[in-house]
Write a protein that binds this ligand. Structure first.
Ligand SMILES: [Zn+2]
Length: 260
């Protein structure tokens, strides 16, 4: 397995999503390749740091109590005689627990899930950006011409990302590469603002438009997200937050004038 492929598969490997052959190939590669072993270690550390931070939520004790009391009510059996952890619970008791969980998911839990999904993607976006700058792998196609970059993506991906050059607005397009986010291949468009790089990650999103939103600021990098024209887009850079917001607004404007 090549270094490029190995590094692209690291998130999938860490999530246990690779098949057996790929997993073995990965493990053999990192045993003899110090560079890839280091990348894997960096990812592990980043992930561990994210889990240590406030992004990880434990289920509240009140949820456990409510599931237990609902089981007690529906079965008429005291929780002492039939503990919740018993592996021999009848299937309908589990169904009761699932129903309680479903009720919770209809309320605040969906919001929490959406929030934590954004945080998770923001983490991937952040690490992809840092990796692209550190690994000297910022661009697979180097061009300031959107008519070169767009066909390059069209040939490599199963979707056709919108590609705009914003040179006239002070954000020249400098190239693009394939990247890997959320378990899939995505387009990474690379823009420049003076000496700063901006990565824009684009992949299909069938769930409609969403206005641009600043997701977070991490170690001097700002991350924004928006959805438009069937795509979700994430931008990350160390430019000033106002510059990034202006850049995103320009992209949104161009993309909507194109899709109308
Ligand atoms: Zn390697």
């Amino acid at each position: 397995m090549s270094c490029e492929l190995t590094q692209r598969f690291i998130p999938g490997y860490m999530d246990g999503e690779l098949d057996l052959v790929r997993t073995i190939e990965m493990e053999m590669h990192v045993k003899r390749c110090a560079a890839c072993a280091q990348k894997l270690e960096n990812q592990r550390e980043l992930r561990a740091a994210l889990w240590r931070s406030s992004l990880a939520y434990a289920a509240p004790a009140v949820l456990r109590d409510r599931i237990q009391s609902s089981l007690r009510v529906s079965s008429g059996v005291g929780i002492q005689e039939r503990p919740f952890k018993s592996p021999s619970l009848p299937i309908w008791q589990w169904a009761g627990a699932v129903a309680v969980l479903a009720l919770f998911s209809l309320t605040g839990w969906q919001l929490t899930a959406r929030h934590s999904r954004d945080q998770r993607i923001a983490g991937e976006v952040f690490s992809s950006h840092v990796r692209s700058l550190e690994a000297n792998h910022l661009m697979d196609v180097v061009s300031t011409d959107q008519h070169t970059v767009k066909p390059w993506f069209d040939a490599k991906l199963d979707f056709s990302p919108p590609v705009e050059d914003l040179a006239n607005n002070g954000f020249p397009l400098v190239g693009g590469r394939l990247d890997y986010l959320e378990g899939r291949e995505v387009a990474a468009l690379v823009y420049q603002r003076r000496e700063h790089m901006i990565n824009v990650f684009v992949w299909p999103n069938p769930t409609g438009s969403k206005a641009a939103q600043a997701i977070e600021s991490r170690q001097g990098y700002n991350i924004m997200r928006w959805s438009h024209g069937g795509f979700q887009c994430w931008a990350v850079s160390d430019v000033a937050p106002s510059d990034l917001a202006e850049f995103v607004r320009l992209l949104e404007t161009y993309n909507s004038s194109e899709s109308n």
